[in-house]
Write a protein that binds this ligand. Structure first.
Ligand code: WT7
Length: 632
């Protein structure tokens, strides 16, 4: 692979070239992939009336790049290793040839149901092989996949189906999560009472539960697969056709459908996977613990790893069941070389002590990765010493659903950064720090809001069905820049340390949630007048959810209100959004114009009560004392 950076000097030279001649730089990388037609234009862009296009005029199919082009050389090499929830159940392996056949079968099922190029297919599945087949099958036939993480509630699922106008759903009877069995099809049924445009539902059997199939709408995957062949021609797609939509939270209550397109996303996922994880030789065993319902699962578990001919491990279960050694046991069992996980997982396993780690050798590991939130120094050191045995480089990869792939990170074993510092921008990425006025901080070191001033192939192309929201969310705060929503510090040597979100987005155990979404769910509970949600530092989750809630006088049994709020959030969003703390207050601190002063609530939730800043502009400054008093 010609584009692999092997030394710090090669990284620096690639970076220099990527800034001086971005089009030539990316064109050279794109040439490593298979295209049906070449591009006319490498890049055209505008960050004011945002419009970005890469490799215009070119056509391709990403699955041809992930699967078909590898068959001759790697046909018999494992592409996907699936490890079930229960260690007593057999794992399943698929070679590149077998994976291609499974994808083709699923693609033929979708075609037989009537799915057409450009149709939206909502995928609501647990981490089972069929989830991978489904995603790639959509890509193969040119349908747009919208994967919804299986922890989201019926209401959230319905909102996403409606927003994408998805006419097709792929789900399962239910899912295993540790010792629990959780229904999925029943949740889909509930969602389809709310969102009514769905033509067909394909149901995969996972739990052997009785399938309640609605005639004319629901189909058992096991029946459909009997009637299809394992050959399906990949559909030729334009570089800028939509590959997928993935919903993520923003500052407002409504999740936005981040749109990624075929050509640029492929080039960026493949390039960053190969370089950051130094995955040069095919057959390296890569395990990303993220669910495919998040961007990390899309870009690295699936597309990135397959584009580069790696063997990707997919795990159905959770890190702590049957015991806290499950991750380490899987690493030994499948001889994992590259392991990519989230700080929250590391912290929760660290809390279980070292014994579960010591039962395993972990000697196959060569590279470790971290993603999703800032990794604290203590977790970094534990990961480095006990999992990497002091010999594996750790890549702390900063990126977002919107960026499509890793943006700021060291390159494993090639470039370095101290713990908790993500590192340098990857080639092609031009980060800037902006002060409150939107002026670039040009000093070598400094702190500000992190923005990007030049397009990269993996960037989002829109928010589905809402171009104005696309502009407002990312390009309006600082005209001429893509604004990330994160704060960052530039340290000596040009290394970036990510400081966390500066908007109303919180990151709970790697789940990105908008405070407004949670408030909306709480406000729907009977008896609630209003609420304000903020994040606070949480030892395991990174951030916890702190809800300040104002009630009316109608509540007969006060104890019940806590359960009702929990239930309201679980059914409005999903169980991962349940508040850690609920404080009942008589009012919220507001400015005279009625705006909630979240800054103050954040400080109170963080316990920084001596440093509240100016509260003189509040409508009722006395309220603050009362809220501090009742702090949990
Ligand atoms: C937000 C994006 C990128 C895939 C998973 C999350 C935070 C992500 C890091 C990191 C510090 C990080 C940022 C970002 N974040 N990676 N290595 N260090 N913060 O994707 O759900 O779109 O969330 O996650 O705050 O904006 P996402």
């Amino acid at each position: 692979m010609s584009f692999l950076l092997k030394t710090p000097a090669e990284y620096q030279e690639a970076y220099r070239q990527s800034i001086l001649h971005p089009e030539a730089f990316w064109e050279n990388i794109a040439n490593a992939y298979t295209w049906r037609k070449p591009w006319n234009d490498v890049l055209s862009w505008d960050f004011h009336n945002p419009n970005i296009s890469w490799f215009e005029g070119a056509t391709l199919n990403i699955t041809e790049n992930c699967l078909d082009r590898h068959i001759e050389q790697l046909g018999n090499q494992p592409a996907l290793i699936w490890e079930p929830n229960d260690p007593k159940e057999q794992s399943r392996q698929f070679t590149y040839s077998e994976l291609l056949e499974e994808v083709n079968r699923m693609a033929n099922i979708l075609l037989a149901l009537g799915v057409k190029t450009g149709d939206r297919v909502c995928i609501y599945l647990p981490m089972i092989p069929e989830l991978s087949f489904a995603v790639l099958a959509c890509a193969r036939i040119g349908a747009i996949h919208s994967v919804v993480f299986a922890g989201f509630s019926a209401q959230s699922l319905a909102d996403r189906i409606t927003d994408a106008q998805a006419e097709w759903v792929i789900t399962a009877d239910g899912q295993y999560r540790g010792a629990k069995q959780i229904p999925l099809k029943a949740i889909v049924d509930e969602a389809l009472e709310i969102s009514t445009g769905v033509k067909a539902v394909v149901v995969v059997n996972r739990l052997n539960w009785p399938l309640h199939l609605k005639p004319g709408r629901d189909y058992a995957y096991a029946d459909l697969i009997k009637n299809v062949t394992n050959f399906c021609e990949p559909v030729e797609r334009s570089s800028e056709d939509i590959l997928f939509i993935l919903y993520t939270s923003g500052s407002t209550g409504k999740p936005k459908g981040v749109v990624h397109t075929c050509g640029g996303y492929m080039v960026y996922a493949g390039y960053t996977f190969a370089n950051v994880f130094q995955c040069d030789a095919p057959g390296k065993i890569f395990w990303c613990t993220a669910d495919i319902g998040w961007i990390t699962g899309h870009s690295y578990l699936l597309y990135g790893a397959l584009l580069q001919g790696a063997t990707t491990v997919m795990f159905e279960g959770i890190p702590t069941w049957p015991d806290a050694g499950r991750f380490w046991q899987i690493i030994d069992k499948h001889r994992v070389e590259i392991f990519y996980t989230a700080p929250t997982a590391i912290r929760s396993l660290m809390a279980q002590g070292i014994d579960p780690v010591l039962s395993y050798s972990l000697h196959t590991l060569k590279i470790l990765g971290s993603v999703g939130e800032p990794i604290n120094v203590e977790a970094w050191q534990w990961y480095h010493a006990h999992i990497g045995k002091g010999k594996c480089p750790i890549v702390d990869t900063w990126w977002q659903t919107e960026t499509g792939g890793i943006m700021i990170s060291t390159i494993a074993g090639v470039t370095e950064a101290p713990p908790a510092t993500a590192g340098h921008p990857l080639p092609g990425i031009q980060p800037v720090l902006l002060d409150a006025m939107g002026t670039e901080i040009t000093e070598d070191t400094g702190e500000g809001n992190l923005a990007i001033r030049f397009p990269w192939p993996g960037m989002l192309r829109g928010t589905y069905g809402d171009p104005e929201r696309f502009r407002l969310s990312y390009f309006a705060t600082y005209p001429g820049y893509y604004f990330t929503g994160d704060g960052a510090r530039r340290e000596p040597g040009g290394l970036y340390r990510i400081l966390g979100r500066v908007d109303d987005v919180i990151n709970v155990s790697g789940h990105r949630l908008g405070t407004a979404e949670i408030e909306n769910a709480i406000n729907l509970c009977p008896g609630v007048i209003e609420s304000a949600v903020v994040g606070f530092p949480h030892e395991i989750k990174g951030q916890g959810i702190y809800a300040f809630v104002v009630l009316d006088n109608s509540i007969p049994e006060m104890e019940l209100i806590y359960d009702q709020i929990m239930e309201g959030v679980a059914s409005g969003i999903g169980r991962m959004a349940k508040p850690d703390k609920i404080q009942l207050v008589t009012g919220l601190p507001k400015t005279r114009s009625g705006k909630i002063m979240r800054r103050i609530l954040r400080k109170i939730a963080e316990g920084e009560i001596n440093n509240l800043g100016d509260i003189s502009t509040l409508l009722d400054p006395n309220l603050v004392g009362e809220i501090i008093e009742g702090r949990i």
